[in-house]
Design a protein around this ligand. Structure first.
Ligand code: ADE
Length: 233
């Protein structure tokens, strides 16, 4: 079973979202365990302060190192990156990270324990990135107000890759990005809707032809919308 621990100042954000769809099913099936923890639980002061002003001045507040190190130590048994077991990943979500991809999701799906640290405010004390985290991940070149939605994106994309999480074992094999290109277009009934027809070949029952059409349509769509994906192939 994959254990996922999320460290956040908004644990409530995750309560409902982990209770839908594939994630709910995977949790019920014992494939994954997802827990959201309040960073404030690892503060030692009366007011449970998790942030402070930046050294050197400037706007905004910075998440303090101490509660984050304490949280990771409580959840993993270690407070230094070099001490974690190989199958433990401690991930900081931030716009400064490596850009998330299906390849990274696949890599993470082989882990036994994933701790997700949700950044906030103007940033996180850099010593967290320096000594604690194994991966710093961004979900794209835009700025969120916090790492929580990014953590959820990582959880969703990793959990659906776990063996048994999807209805059939092959569902995750033939989809966008698994072969480095976009997915082919899908249609269902009716065969004609507001004058728009489903391509004849899909109604033909000729599986070889359908296969060819799908491959071709996927490539065309990739060339049009994401030519960058075809550059090295
Ligand atoms: N926190 C703020 N922006 C983010 C992003 N793009 N990815 C991950 N974490 C973030």
């Amino acid at each position: 079973m994959l254990h996922i621990d999320i460290i956040t100042i908004f644990p409530e954000f995750f309560r409902e979202i982990i209770d839908y769809g594939i994630l709910r099913r995977a949790r019920q099936a014992g494939i994954v365990e997802v827990r959201a923890h309040d960073l404030r639980d690892w503060t030692t002061d009366k007011h449970h302060v998790v942030d402070d002003r930046p050294f050197g001045g400037g706007d905004g507040m910075v998440l303090k190192a101490e509660p984050i190190f304490a949280a990771v130590e409580a959840l993993t048994g270690f407070s230094r990156r070099d001490d974690f077991p190989k199958a433990t990943r401690v991930i900081l979500l931030s716009p400064q990270g490596q850009v998330f991809s299906q390849t990274i999701a696949q890599d993470l799906s082989a882990a036994e324990k994933i701790v997700l640290l949700c950044g906030r405010y103007e940033g996180v004390d850099e010593r967290v990135a320096e000594a604690l985290v194994t991966d710093e991940i961004s979900i794209g070149d835009y700025v969120l107000s916090g790492g929580d939605p990014a953590a959820m994106v990582v959880v969703d994309s990793v959990v659906r890759l776990l063996p048994g999480a999807l209805g059939s074992d092959t569902s995750a094999v033939f989809e966008s990005f698994s072969e480095g290109i976009l997915d082919y277009p899908h249609y269902t009934r009716p065969p004609e809707f507001q004058g728009m027809k489903v391509p004849d070949v899909l109604l033909s029952g000729n599986h070889a032809e359908i296969e060819r059409w799908r491959r071709d349509a996927a490539l065309k769509k990739t060339r049009r919308i994401r030519p960058d994906l075809l550059k090295d192939s």
